[in-house]
Design a binder for this molecule. Structure first.
Ligand code: REY
Length: 411
């Protein structure tokens, strides 16, 4: 704590008031003109219908939690919780919003926050080459820290090859422990997909490199940095980085991977090292903690204004979407934009987004993956949570958008 400029000193106290008064470390305060109009009330009936639709499309269970914060990220002033189906297909235990789960690539936002805090502390420069910090790691000295955090490096995504066959690919790595270098080596068997900086192309390899940077710059495991910089200060008591342990600690939902072959039974994928993902996707959390995290981040409680602004320098990243640094913007059909990430590790689809000021957050989960229909349905929970009651036309527009690799997860 003491060594950090971003979150040191009065920060614990100021974090609590971050949304109310602006954080003590962020100067100058954000202008009042930036405050958006109040959001429409969530359409909770539509939210429930969507979760039931996800079940009809093959998810054993689904849940969502919306937090409307009046003053600060930990003032859970108005909370809406919705659950459908089961957390455990064997015991029949019902899904509960208190259940922990694997958040997949929402981990990337945590990794980006750590690196941007390090940038605020002057320990890393966004436009400096990765090879300056990790000599000889990458084949092109033009790849910068910013390229990596914005998926603009051109580094091939090693997970394409790994999971070309979904269930055999998963079972081959379920108990494996990889070093970061082994994952990067797999990616480097392929040429760069484009010149550094030239295009956006989502790749887990980028956030493996981000993990390596965090460890090199701090001398600590990423687990320690997540804990000291985010989990501890925000009191995220459901959030864990247990790699390479295979179990989700405490109360949790199990996750069920959908095989590629239609009609084949779901595979319980709950227990795995998630070593193939690490700083790109191995965190465990809950809907409450994810809402707290994103509300704190957009509310200015985790980064100084300058670094949050870097995180929100948007590059086009698919229809109605843009990507900043470890953070996605989704432009909803009602004209409201939301900020966060999605995640997919085997058995778990996660959706975590917040409003521009962080005052309303939605986290949703379906306990299956590799099921495009469920994914499209769950994406629509954003519309229910942030747009309120919708006309049919707006719903149709969202429904028609094809799932693409521009999402934060592999197809
Ligand atoms: C990896 C495959 C997806 C998941 C991925 N996840 O890149 C990162 C993320 C961490 O974005 C798997 N799909 C599934 C396949 C497709 O195996 N053949 O859907 O569980 O969260």
């Amino acid at each position: 704590m003491a060594s950090r400029t971003v979150c040191s000193g009065a920060v614990l106290g100021s974090l609590v008031l971050a949304l109310a008064a602006g954080p003590a470390h962020a100067a100058p305060p954000r202008p009042a003109a930036a405050a958006p109009a109040a959001l429409p009330a969530p359409d909770t009936a539509a939210l429930g219908r969507l979760l039931r639709t996800a079940l009809s499309q093959g998810a054993p269970g689904a849940m969502a939690r919306i937090d409307d914060h009046r003053t600060s990220y930990d003032d859970h002033a108005t909370v809406h919780k919705a659950t459908e189906g089961v957390a455990d297909r064997v015991t029949g235990e019902a899904m509960d919003t208190a259940d922990r789960f694997r958040i997949g690539s929402v981990t990337k936002t945590f990794s980006a926050v750590v690196l941007l805090q390090l940038a605020a502390e002057g320990k890393v420069k966004l436009d400096t080459a990765v090879n300056h910090y990790l000599p000889g790691l990458l084949p092109d000295d033009r790849i910068t820290v910013r390229h990596v955090l914005g998926h603009r490096s051109g580094l091939y995504d090693y997970s394409y090859d790994m999971f070309a066959a979904t269930v055999p690919g998963f079972e081959a790595v379920r108990t494996k422990v990889f070093t970061y270098r082994q994952l990067v080596t797999r990616a480097l068997k392929h040429p760069l997909t484009h010149a550094p900086g030239a295009a956006y192309a989502y790749s887990n390899t980028n956030f493996v490199v981000a993990g390596m940077l965090i460890e090199k710059l701090t001398g600590h495991a990423v687990r320690t940095e997540y804990q000291n910089r985010i989990i501890g200060p925000l009191k995220l008591t459901d959030t864990f980085y247990v790699h390479p342990a295979t179990a989700i600690p405490g109360r949790h939902t199990r996750g069920y991977l959908t095989p590629d072959e239609a009609g084949t039974p779901l595979v319980d994928a709950t227990d795995q090292t998630a070593s193939w993902a690490q700083s790109a996707g191995a965190l465990i959390s809950s809907t409450r903690d994810l809402n707290t995290f994103l509300s704190a981040l957009l509310g200015g409680g985790l980064l100084p204004a300058a670094q949050l602004a870097q995180m929100e320098r948007w590059m086009p990243a698919g229809t109605g979407q843009a990507y900043g640094l470890g953070l996605r913007r989704r432009d909803l059909s009602c004209g409201i934009s939301v900020y966060g990430h999605t995640g997919a590790v085997q058995g778990f689809y996660t959706y975590a987004f917040t409003s521009k000021d962080g005052r309303r957050s939605l986290s949703a989960l379906a306990n299956t993956s590799n099921n495009g229909a469920v994914h499209q349905t769950m994406l629509r929970t954003l519309e229910s949570a942030f747009c309120g009651k919708q006309t049919k036309l707006r719903g149709t527009l969202t429904r028609l958008r094809p799932a693409a690799r521009t999402d934060d997860l592999a197809e």
